[in-house]
Design a protein around this ligand. Structure first.
Ligand SMILES: NC(=O)c1ccc[n+]([C@@H]2O[C@H](COP(=O)([O-])OP(=O)(O)OC[C@H]3O[C@@H](n4cnc5c(N)ncnc54)[C@H](OP(=O)(O)O)[C@@H]3O)[C@@H](O)[C@H]2O)c1
Length: 252
């Protein structure tokens, strides 16, 4: 199925590894051009080279930190210089580790780190880059959040609390840019195996708790994102798609 995104330009935040890189792979396979943003310049350059080699598409890097407004401004300038972008994928850093319950979170530094990475950084990206994506008339914004935005999970307090703010921002944004033909959606994963996720100590226990009795694959998340940015998803906006093997028990 041709998703109709060949030649479109996509900005992928946190695109150098894990879920973000899997999204880059899938969008590149569909013929999209990529601009990857993350902190580690060497890993970014390597990721871009792999994407170009495998898919023959243009892939550029912008090294920066999602929590720094000046870095997001620089990313916006770089994207504009390359002709703009029609697709924005917002992937955020992992919350402070180890994950804890609300009343165990007594360290203000962890709250500040979670705020900066999960909420402040996400809002910077959405505020500063959506106008660029909207300028083309058929923009697509997709955020990778967490299944906890629909059903809070034990030990995920910082993540859940700040991502709820992101969820609210996505709803506002979806309403505000709909008239410009821009859709804004989220994919909410749980138990999708990435190199970082597989280091968790209770991995096997987590997988057994999944109704489908297996972990998710980054390619499955990437395919969902690719659908949401495709021509076929033009009437879906303000939506959150769970990608969790049936773990979320919320009714909607
Ligand atoms: N896998 C799951 O089942 C699952 C479930 C719920 C939620 N999530 C969420 O999905 C997201 C991605 O997970 P993952 O396992 O793919 O993470 P990951 O492997 O740690 O990758 C994170 C990406 O973000 C970049 N990044 C980290 N800190 C950054 C910063 N301050 N500024 C800019 N870029 C930054 C990383 O590159 P640099 O380090 O070079 O910056 C990397 O490209 C996380 O927010 C995670 O909590 C995943």
């Amino acid at each position: 199925m041709d998703l109709g995104i060949a030649g479109r330009r996509a900005i992928v935040i946190g695109g150098s590894q894990g879920l973000g890189y899997a999204v880059c792979e899938r969008l590149a396979a569909e013929g999209a051009e990529l601009l990857l943003f993350a902190r580690d310049a060497a890993r970014l350059t390597d990721a871009c080279a792999r994407l170009q080699r495998a898919h023959g598409v243009r892939a550029d890097a912008c090294a920066g930190d999602i929590t720094r407004a000046e870095d997001i401004d620089r990313l916006a300038v770089q994207a504009a210089e390359k002709g703009g972008a029609q697709i924005l994928v917002l992937n955020t850093p992992r919350p402070p580790s180890p994950m804890r319950d609300f009343l165990q979170e007594n360290d203000d530094a962890r709250w500040e780190q979670g705020y900066q990475q999960q909420l402040h950084g996400a809002l910077l990206v959405l505020r500063k880059l959506t106008p660029l994506v909207a300028a083309g008339g058929c923009g697509r914004v997709v955020a990778i959040t967490s299944a906890s935005v629909k059903q809070p999970m034990p030990r995920h307090a910082i993540s859940t609390i700040y991502r709820a703010g992101v969820q609210a921002a996505l709803k506002h944004l979806a309403m505000e840019v709909a008239a410009q033909g821009v859709t804004v959606n989220a994919v909410a994963p749980a138990t999708v195996i990435t190199p970082t996720f597989s280091t968790f100590h209770n991995l096997e226990q987590r997988i057994q708790a999944v109704p489908l009795k297996r972990a998710g694959k980054p390619e499955e998340l990437a395919a969902t994102v690719a659908f949401l940015v495709s021509e076929y998803a033009g009437f879906i906006t303000g939506e959150t798609i769970q990608l969790d093997g049936g773990q979320t028990l919320a009714l909607c």
